[in-house]
Design a binder for this molecule. Sequence first.
Ligand SMILES: Nc1ncnc2c1ncn2[C@@H]1O[C@H](COP(=O)(O)OP(=O)(O)OP(=O)(O)O)[C@@H](O)[C@H]1O
Ligand SMILES: [Mg+2]
Length: 341
Amino acid sequence: MMVARSAKAPDGQNYTIVAQLPGPRMRPPIEVTDLIVRLLAILLTAGLVCYGLARHLTSPVSRLQTAVRDLSAGNLATRVGSAFKTRTDEFADLGRDFDLMAERIEGLVGIQRQLLRDISHELRSPLARLNVALELARKCSGADAGAALDRIELESERMNELIEQLLRLAQLANHVDGGEQAALEPVQLEDLVKKVAADADFEAVSQNRAVRVVEATECVTTGSTELLRSAIENIVRNAVRYTGEETQVEISLDRASGEDRPYAHIVVRDHGPGVPEEALEELFRPFYRVGHARDRQSGGTGLGLAIAERIIRLHGGTLTASNAREGGLQVEVHLPLEEGR
Ligand SMILES: Nc1ncnc2c1ncn2[C@@H]1O[C@H](COP(=O)(O)OP(=O)(O)OP(=O)(O)O)[C@@H](O)[C@H]1O
Ligand SMILES: [Mg+2]
């Protein structure tokens, strides 16, 4: 391109200035493959950056989520501190707050348990002295006092039993919280369930009720036979107490496959009134009894299922309760089995 312009010099001479301008520079056309490569490079870089960012944001959230689940499952020693040590953002603050909260809950629960344990221990000695005094009173008093003294003896036996149960519960809770395992011996669940059922049936017959094993598969777990027997016995005794007259308590034992290993699945089902839905979760709380059980003074203290739940948890299993569709309570035990047994 050329441009020209005329101009007049001071001496009157006319000039024409002509200049040649460079034309527009032509870019070479971009190849399609080149374009695709560039696009892919941009996508890859953006993808990697986004992935890194997403991981950076979500990994503390999922760590916190696991910790909250652990805590609510009863593992009060859960902390996230070490996982957040390298961070300085809001997640680190949240992690610190979580640890503080967990520490406080653990402390409070610890104090409550210690108190329960101490009270139970302290009650033992006066109770022992009471029994000695009772025997003396029997010797010194006349026949008229017999009935009253018998009553005192009965109540003191009940109190003794309650204290034993409380101490047992506290001991089990300690083992569970300490992440301890029950004594390791092979436990033949099939035999155990059948024996418990036979004993319970023997007692139930006199109350016009029955206990039946409807299914029993051979299952071997490791743990303490004595503890597992007492847990299952407790569940079956409850079922016998609540099942309707002329009905039977049904017990089944079969194998189920869990995520990582096989499980023994024990179901104890009765034909009684069941439990209100809102009370199902509460059954495993110490001293919890459903309204009607409190009213009619059934004699239970509400510790049986709490103890059973801790025993099953000590064996790495779970205990749950639900109302059967046709009525009655259904208590389910899941116990991990040894691979291939
Ligand atoms: N099969 C059942 N049907 C209906 N209610 C039940 C059944 N099993 C348990 N419950 C309710 O759950 C409560 C708690 O049971 P748990 O075994 O812990 O205590 P308990 O039987 O009252 O006393 P303990 O077992 O300490 O002698 C019972 O008081 C009762 O209200
Ligand atoms: Mg009970």
